[in-house]
Ligand binder design. Structure first.
Ligand code: ASP
Ligand code: MG
Length: 425
């Protein structure tokens, strides 16, 4: 059995959905568990809906109408959808409106998950109905029955044992009912459910992780993430016209690249695959016959070329105790507490006797709140805007090339990785 994941861009309009069917046609003999994201930018649109809903903003109903129209236009253009599938989609449109007609709770993150999950529910219902309409037998499965999590809304953690049981049972039943000699299961990425059967989400861009969960729990032979890029590249083609594809990399290298900010795969995706030795492929849905990138155990070709990862719009913040005390564990404990409270993610840190510094995403509002919390005990300085550059398998030539026109604020080097916070010179 293979697990496929199709992200928002691969189902953003009717022709994209038709292309998904075309890609699946190349695997007509395989059993497939298929994870699909919300269509296009629907998750962002639903995030706005949640904000308006909770604030009681007047723009809410126009926003729901727009989301519904976007999906209805796609349905109309696709044409041949199964009646059962259409009914399911209509049910979700109605359930979303019903949800939004009820008063909100006092837990924003809970409300968020109950609403945002509709993006995935609707998209998978459409894809499933379209495949059925074309005679491709498939089972639509609700991840709110399959992926069991704790109740950390918006960042839920998987309950692996229960999830494994639920998935095994659903798959077994699909096998028993299959009449075309294989199983095609369509389910939502990114969403799960609690013991109390409330919807949860796994964190933005979490659909890759769902694909890994399915492969881990169902004993999949591989996971393929279908993307609008030819594979994992050694640099973002937005910044590097000569970016090249990484054909084979190890799990370890992929985790490092994802951790440092390569956005091709979600960092949580690798661990379950590594644990069971399941290969991960990143392939182009535009050219599905091309090889793409294979991520597996072998570290053989990891260091063959440098990889560059850029994080732009960063801020570099330094803290120094006003009473001239050394930066010691107590100060660090206190500062980390503030970072956690404000959900500040540290991308790089550095300390000296009287200074502790971090590089993080620049968010003016958070920065002001942080300064307010710290200002009594710490003097706070910051540089903005900065960029954080990570080079895996660096050499001096590639570093020098990157530094043209830039001022280095901080540089950290380990054996494999060089990281620099830069500003325009
Ligand atoms: N639809 C969700 C998001 O946009 C999950 C995903 O696409 O991975 O974050
Ligand atoms: Mg994505």
């Amino acid at each position: 059995m293979k697990v496929f994941k199709f992200g928002g861009a691969s189902v953003k309009d009717a022709s994209a959905v038709q292309n998904v069917a075309h890609v699946l046609g190349l695997y007509s003999g395989d059993s497939l568990a298929i994870v699909v994201s919300a269509m296009g930018k629907t998750t962002n649109a639903l995030e706005e809906v949640v904000a308006d809903y909770v604030q009681g903003a007047p723009g809410l109903s126009a926003k729901i109408d727009a989301i519904e129209k976007y999906h209805r236009d796609i349905i109309k253009e696709l044409g041949q959808l199964s009646a059962e599938g259409i009914e399911r989609v209509e049910g979700f449109f109605a359930a979303l409106r019903q949800r939004l007609a009820q008063p909100h709770s006092d837990n924003y993150d809970y409300d968020y998950d109950q609403i945002v999950c509709f993006g995935e529910l609707i998209s998978t219902a459409i894809v499933s109905a379209y495949l059925s309409g074309r005679g491709v037998e498939n089972v639509w499965a609700d991840a709110r029955n399959l992926i069991r999590t704790d109740n950390t809304y918006r960042e839920a953690h998987i309950k692996w044992e229960k999830t494994e049981q639920l998935l095994a049972k659903a798959w077994q039943s699909a096998v028993e009912h299959a009449t075309q000699g294989r199983v095609v299961m369509i389910t939502q990425g990114f969403i799960g459910h609690t013991d109390e059967r409330n919807a949860t989400t796994l964190g933005r861009e979490g659909s890759d992780f769902t694909a890994a969960i399915l492969a881990y729990c169902l004993g999949g032979e591989s996971v393929t993430i279908w993307k609008d890029v030819p594979g994992m590249l050694n640099a973002d083609p937005k910044y590097f016209s000569d970016a090249v594809i990484l054909r084979h990399i190890s799990y370890r290298e992929a985790i490092e690249l994802a951790y440092f900010g390569a956005t091709v795969i979600h960092p949580k995706t690798i661990k379950p695959l590594q644990n069971k030795g399941i290969s991960l492929y990143v392939k182009s849905f535009v050219n599905p016959n091309e090889k793409g990138t294979e991520i597996a155990g072998s570290t053989f070709s990891d260091s063959l070329m440098p990889s560059y990862i850029f994080k732009v719009n960063q801020v570099f913040i330094s803290f120094s105790p006003r009473d001239f005390s050394f930066i010691a564990e107590e100060n660090l404990g206190e500062l980390f507490h503030y970072f956690a409270d404000l959900h500040i993610k540290i991308h790089l840190m550095q300390n000296s006797a009287l200074n502790f510094s971090i590089c993080t995403d620049f968010d003016e509002e958070k920065l002001n709140r942080l300064i307010l919390l710290c200002k009594e005990k710490y003097e706070v300085h910051y540089n903005v805007p900065c960029e954080l550059v990570t080079i895996r398998h660096y050499d001096q030539e590639t570093i020098s090339r990157l530094l043209i026109g830039k001022k280095v604020i901080v540089e950290q080097k380990s054996r494999r990785t060089a990281r620099m916070v830069l500003m325009e010179a």
